[in-house]
Design a protein around this ligand. Sequence first.
Ligand code: FEO
Length: 400
Amino acid sequence: MYQVPQITSSIYYVGVNDRMKERFENVWSIPSGVAYNAYLILDEQTTLIDTVDVCYSDVFFHKLDILLEGRPLDYLIINHMEPDHGGSIGLLRQRYPNMQIVGNKKTFEMLRGFHGITTGLHEVKSGDALRIGKHEFSFLMAPMVHWPEVMFTYEQTNRVLFSADAFGSFGALSGHILDSHLGDRQAYLEEMIRYYACVIGKYGPFVKKALVNMDKQGLDVDFVCPAHGVVWTKAGFAEARQLYDRLSSDEAEEGVVVLYGSMYGNTEQLADVIAQSLAASGVKSIVCHNVTKSDPSVILRDVFRYRGLIIGSPTYCGELFSPIENLMNLIRIRDVKARLYGAFASHTWAPAALKRLLPFADEMKWEAVGEGVEMKMADLPSILSAAWSLGTAMAERLKA
Ligand code: FEO
């Protein structure tokens, strides 16, 4: 007989998998899909935490029907209003017209805007509590992680934190819901970093503040239930939390991303020499990304992960190669901090790219490392030594 997955004896996973969309937010690739997580708590009063993308509302409502067995839904707690979670709220209200909607002031502004709902609201602030029987919820505002209305909900009886997008990962759930049941938790941790880099990374200081507030509240958690991806048990959450602490503090691993564009393979040769120099100098983690081949979300993930970044571009139409310019803009708007930066370029008759690349260090308030390398007319032998020196300088600075 069909069983809805459970987190505890009374907390059910009622989220859905989306393996149909090519791209999350119509931007970021999701080769393994994505899960929109929602949770139902059965007690004297029934309570749902978040909904799902409206494309999956039928699947979602079917799960609620199975569990509620004709009971009404008493509360909907909204941790986050973005349509991948809030998309089904309007339809849910039609099915359960007496349902009270729990959120904060900003939630309700968005609820009115997205769904025209202005009644049956129960407004909460940080520290407020809501008892539904044996379960008691408390609320912790987490503004700008990564929208202004975001809040976390903590269930005190079972020590479960419902954390909105925080600690969420790309990747649909293949049967298992809890990280402790997975053969390989690492894949979700990698996808958590990619989700952070693409969706949340710009708001690192706010994430840090939310983590500090969690600590101040002394929240003891047995389960962390994010809005995407696996549910973390205590041990898994310790790892996820460590990663979040690092990412939100702009702490990076010792490693280098060599990011380059190449029209005919010549700038790529230069990238390879620099990577070999890094390797010869003892750098263990080196990732080379050809900007027109690597997925931008994977490049961003690695830029967030590693401390060194060396960018190379050919001159194109008297400017940077446009895919490199686009990627630099993705990094720029995420305000990635505290990187060590080097640059290299190639041209035939107009040496423009290096002039555009070098100021990126100052703009981002990063430390420039080594001398910029400029190759003319694919004359690699003449700049081999300069390229090698750039790799060596980066390696030495990384280790310093
Ligand atoms: Fe998963 Fe910010 O929505």
